[in-house]
Design a protein around this ligand. Structure first.
Ligand SMILES: Nc1ncnc2c1ncn2[C@@H]1O[C@H](COP(=O)(O)OP(=O)(O)OP(=O)(O)O)[C@@H](O)[C@H]1O
Length: 251
């Protein structure tokens, strides 16, 4: 059953007041796939992301994770079920070191007592996970750096390391390039690429089209709350519907 989708949304809809924010969106992500979600401003990308991660509950449709209907499951239970997400606003403790931030995330994920003071820099499981994940995102040289002093790009890498500490089977990245200086973009793209290459399934919402098209296996295009297209980057860029949705913006 290798081809069974890891994550599926079916006929997903959200109405608020009289407004139709998300309208009958159906898509699925295969194991190990990196799917990007793009769309013009106000297209519904963030809302779709919040419906998948559990911040919002749809008014219609379902979210299915590994065959299990998680539509009514709150965000923390969805995370425990294997769906990990980053946030656009930083979830770091700025006064703690990069190592301490990831070790706390690992302690939570491992179900350990959350403590800054036990086994500092020691050989406990959470410390081992923290070092491995920081190494994976290229921050091994910043173990002792206060999170608040890292560049925006490195903060995003640290958030990804914290997310990976929970060993999610599906990773949701919410605009990973938001606020990141152009010099840091290629390095952060490389981290996302390597997270994907390690076999993890990733759903990424991102405003920067060039970033998405340079990373993903397939791209879903949202417009006015609807799914306009979901295909390879080349096919999507050649799609006249997509070109017309982006009229006035660079595709
Ligand atoms: N709680 C809400 N109440 C009313 N309208 C909302 C609500 N949340 C979102 N919307 C509207 O739904 C539409 C989609 O918003 P959303 O933030 O999902 O778009 P987006 O594609 O992420 O846009 P951007 O790229 O600008 O972040 C917008 O028109 C927005 O104003």
């Amino acid at each position: 059953m290798a081809d069974q989708p890891v994550l599926t949304v079916e006929h997903l809809g959200l109405s608020i007041g009289g407004a139709r924010i998300i309208d009958d969106v159906t898509l699925s992500i295969a194991p190990g796939e990196l799917l990007g979600v793009i769309g013009p401003n106000g297209a519904g990308k963030t809302t779709l992301f919040n419906l998948v991660s559990g911040v919002l509950t749809p008014t219609e449709g379902t979210v299915v994770l590994e065959g299990r209907d998680v539509t009514a499951m709150p965000i923390h239970r969805r995370a425990r079920a294997g769906l990990g997400r980053t946030f656009q606003t930083s979830s770091l403790f700025p006064a703690l070191s990069a190592f301490e931030n990831v070790r706390l995330a690992a302690q939570v994920a491992l179900g350990h007592e959350v403590s800054l003071f036990r086994f500092p820099r020691g050989t406990d499981d959470a410390s081992r996970v923290a070092r491995d994940r920081l190494d994976e995102v290229g921050l091994a040289h910043h173990l002792d750096t206060e999170a608040g002093l890292l560049s925006h790009g490195d903060k995003r890498k640290l958030e990804i390391a914290m997310l990976l500490a929970g060993e999610p089977r599906v990773i949701l990245l919410d605009e990973p390039m938001a606020g990141v200086g152009s010099a840091d973009v290629p390095g952060l793209m490389e981290v996302i690429r390597s997270v994907h290459r390690s076999g993890r399934t990733v759903l990424m919402v991102e405003h920067h089209m060039d970033v998405v098209l340079g990373l993903v296996d397939r791209v879903a295009v949202m417009h006015h709350g609807q799914l306009l297209a979901c295909d390879t980057p080349a096919a999507v860029m050649a799609n006249p519907l997509v070109q017309s949705a982006y009229l006035g913006e660079t595709v």
